[in-house]
Design a protein around this ligand. Structure first.
Ligand SMILES: NC(=O)c1ccc[n+]([C@@H]2O[C@H](COP(=O)([O-])OP(=O)(O)OC[C@H]3O[C@@H](n4cnc5c(N)ncnc54)[C@H](OP(=O)(O)O)[C@@H]3O)[C@@H](O)[C@H]2O)c1
Length: 311
């Protein structure tokens, strides 16, 4: 097979360590598929890995191709990867070994789903990691149910904009914090109450919550404990919440790491096809500008997602 372009790091550091390499593509193992990538999204985990601050990716994994989710066309199937066939249009989450910022990527068949026909490749690539993080936080860990209330901190970002839409689709009452510029965007996602964290104190607008979904951490989390009703739950994508604080407030609290799950992605695809959830892509960059795209996400002000396009 001819060489493909991948964006890799050979050492940890700043934007300067990400470089284009022409390499032989990996071949799929028995349960994997090789995908010809059409688009790949950028996530905060990518710059955390690049900087060496992500615990699961250490020196022994270098050189490392960044990128945790892709959309594209199945080009080759492993002997036992019978759930998909060559030519299928798919999307999915790349494993912790990375490989999304590339012309071809290998994914486990259990990590992918058929791309919803209503989405182009760019919008499909925006879904897997951020969408499943939102889904698992709300429903697997938070066990959010119809009629319950949830405060989503950071409702305008990659994970947050999915979380607002999923929680609404579930029938929950959704409150979310965003900055002034993103108030209209958060309303367009269907949030019942949008709190501008730049000008308002969210404590003045929320109480007796069933769930806090914390995508921000720090002071924002600390100010949120008292807003939960007893028996409520605080779920974080960031650091482990204090179990002492949880006990004090009579709530459950946890941090989790998203897991790839193709069956769940197919459930999300159904909501997308039904028009209940729309991935928002604020910016696209060609793969060649992967470093600029990553720097953009690193600023921490993404509205929805940033996606790389592969010609
Ligand atoms: N544990 C896991 O498996 C997992 C999975 C995915 C993501 N994560 C982590 O979860 C976090 C969110 O991910 P993401 O992809 O959604 O990030 P993102 O796309 O960069 O979005 C971050 C959002 O937070 C908003 N924000 C910043 N400060 C805020 C504040 N004080 N209150 C409310 N909103 C605020 C930003 O908008 P403004 O600046 O305009 O306010 C931006 O929209 C990241 O730290 C990421 O690493 C963890």
């Amino acid at each position: 097979m001819s060489a493909i372009r991948e964006f890799r790091i050979h050492r940890f550091g700043g934007a300067e360590v990400l470089q284009a390499d022409d390499v032989e593509p990996s071949l799929p193992d028995a349960s994997q598929v090789l995908v010809s990538v059409r688009a790949a999204s950028v996530n905060p985990v990518d710059f955390k890995i690049r900087s060496g601050k992500y615990p699961a990716v250490k020196e022994d994994r270098l050189p490392y191709t960044l990128g945790r989710d892709v959309s594209g066309v199945v080009e080759k199937c492993g002997a036992q990867a019978t759930a998909f066939k060559v030519g299928d249009e798919v999307f999915g989450m790349v494993g912790i070994s990375g490989g999304g910022y590339a012309e071809k990527s290998v994914l486990d068949q259990k990590a992918i789903a058929l791309k919803p026909a209503v989405l182009d490749y760019v919008h499909a690539a925006a879904v897997p990691l951020a969408g499943q993080t939102a889904w698992q936080g709300l429903f697997r860990h938070g066990q959010l149910k119809a009629g319950q209330s949830v405060l989503i901190h950071g409702g305008s970002g990659g994970v947050g904009h999915f979380a607002v839409q999923f929680a609404k689709a579930k029938g929950a009452r959704v409150l979310t914090t965003v900055s002034t510029d993103n108030v209209a965007f958060a309303r367009s996602l269907g949030a019942d109450a949008v709190i501008d964290y730049k000008t308002q104190r969210f404590e003045d607008h929320a109480s007796e919550l069933d769930m806090v979904f914390d995508l921000i951490d720090g002071e924002t989390r600390e100010r949120s404990w008292a807003l939960l009703k007893r028996g409520g739950v605080l779920v974080s994508t960031l650091t482990d919440p204090s179990q002492d604080k949880a006990k004090e407030h009579g709530v459950r609290a946890m941090r989790y790491t998203v897991e790839a799950d193709g069956a769940e992605l197919a459930e999300i695809a159904k909501l997308v096809t039904a028009g209940k959830v729309k991935p928002h892509v604020a910016k696209t960059f060609p793969l060649e500008r992967a470093s600029d795209a990553l720097s953009d996400v690193e600023k921490g002000h993404s509205v929805g997602k940033v996606v790389l396009t592969v010609e």
